[in-house]
Design a protein around this ligand. Sequence first.
Ligand SMILES: Cc1ncc(COP(=O)(O)O)c(C=O)c1O
Length: 416
Amino acid sequence: MDRSQIVNLAAGPSGLPLPVLLEASQGLLNFEGTGIGITEISHRSPEFAKLTKDLAAILRQHLNIPETHEVLFTQGGGCGQFSAVVLNLLARHRLRFPDLKDEDRVMDYVVTGSWSEKAALEARRLGGGVVNIVTDGRSGSANGKNFDSIPPVDTWRLSERPAFIYYCENETVDGVEFDGHSSTEQGATQFPFHLIPPDPSDPTFLAPLVADYSSSFLSRPIPQLERHALIYAGAQKNIGPSGLTIIIVRKDLLVDTVAAAKLGAAPVPTTFDYAVLAKAGSLYHTPPMFSMYVSLLVLRHFATLGGVPYLAKVNAQKAKKVYAAVKEGEAAGVFRPRVKDGSQSFMNVVFEVLGEGAEARFLASAQSAGLRGVKGHRSVGGIRTSLYNAVTLEQVDLLVEFLRGFIKAEAGSQSA
Ligand SMILES: Cc1ncc(COP(=O)(O)O)c(C=O)c1O
């Protein structure tokens, strides 16, 4: 089958813009006129050193990243960061508060879906501090088991002096997002930056705020980016191939983890050490070069389209169209959205298909219609359509047409 016949709605890795892939195929053969392909050239070559700088610079431009923060490139993905965050931030905490007992080193986790839950579990597993669950998104669901909304912020229980506060901006599996899509005027739940307490060791800062942006990075501006101590994302949803992890880290988080270990903190594996990565300009070890190269091309491509404001506008239009079709399906008794209004992800639209055998019929028809990657995550089931940056409005129109056709056929068979 030709790629022009396919609409790739996968949750990641996901589609990339065609002009970029065509350009990247040339770079595989001959990178920057060196006569050597991007996967063959040294990461210490001047051409690749320039690429690394250019990639950081264009990310700074796209997201208005201030000079207070470093931009790092590494490997290990979001799951690697689940561990790296804990180790680096507890090392920082140890340096500032060497005498505290581990039970007084509190890590605040805002759990709004499967990924933040996993991150909290990893923090608990690594130890060195205790995990406080600030809120659990399942608490507001009908059966207490589904992540289907961001709980109202007045129910959150933040610690007074956390070592850090962690949240996931967009929950890819469950389809729950801060400031999510709302079809009513009730408004969406935004991250409550005003609730973040001051950093106990330095009141000029807030307590370190850490955000997993793996599946919404560059899909719209990052609200209050400068108030975050750390933001990370894998490239493989919105900006490039898998392999690359992007970290935006405030400079005061770049600490001497070896000194912290001497005071009793857990040693940080060198390749996970933010200070080491920063000092080496992300070239401490061989970085994910191909993924960085393609990501740079993607970011340049997005710049020609109008950058993040353009992406935000188009992504909002895409989500609006798909949620409207899901709502029509709900009215017809064919679909049920899994996430409540106001918390619905702009990137991952998650819903159920109602009726005996209906989900299997949906998946088979989607396959014939050229739609790919629409099966929900194995842990929650149902349907998930992911509308990342490379998914075009035209492709979304095809998806909506398919959804409407399916609703009509199912509603017809229900009433027959
Ligand atoms: C929100 C979120 N966080 C973390 C991860 C894990 O990322 P990785 O597979 O890059 O380790 C994912 C993966 O899909 C994700 O969607």
